[in-house]
Design a protein around this ligand. Structure first.
Ligand code: FES
Length: 105
């Protein structure tokens, strides 16, 4: 069991969740009634992207939505990510917009 601090970068909100071994952060959040955005749940769409501020996670399958440079910058996919240590993650719309520039701009 690890502790994960979710830190909404676009507001004052923070939440701490406990993640049992073998479980993803997305599932553990849902189990504690914290709804995080998701799409495919397979690491393909990037909807659930967060950024690691401290700690470590492993992805249960290849994080196809992230390029190598995103992984190097600490981005993780919460639908397939399991924390291996206590972890602090940036979440929220600003994390998404850092990753994917708005194509309409
Ligand atoms: S929900 Fe699609 S990558 Fe996580």
């Amino acid at each position: 069991m690890t502790e994960v601090l979710l830190d909404w970068q676009d507001s004052e909100r923070t939440e701490t969740i406990s993640v049992p071994a073998g479980e993803t952060i997305l599932d553990a959040a849902a189990a504690t009634d914290i709804g995080l955005p998701f799409g495919c749940r397979t690491g393909a769409c990037g909807t659930c992207t967060a950024r690691l501020l401290s700690g470590d996670v492993v992805h249960h399958r290849p994080p196809r939505a992230l390029k190598d440079r995103h992984l190097a910058d600490g981005y993780v996919l919460l639908c397939i990510a399991e924390p291996t240590t206590d972890t602090h993650l940036a979440v929220g719309a600003t994390v998404q917009s850092e990753l994917v520039p708005n194509p309409w701009k």
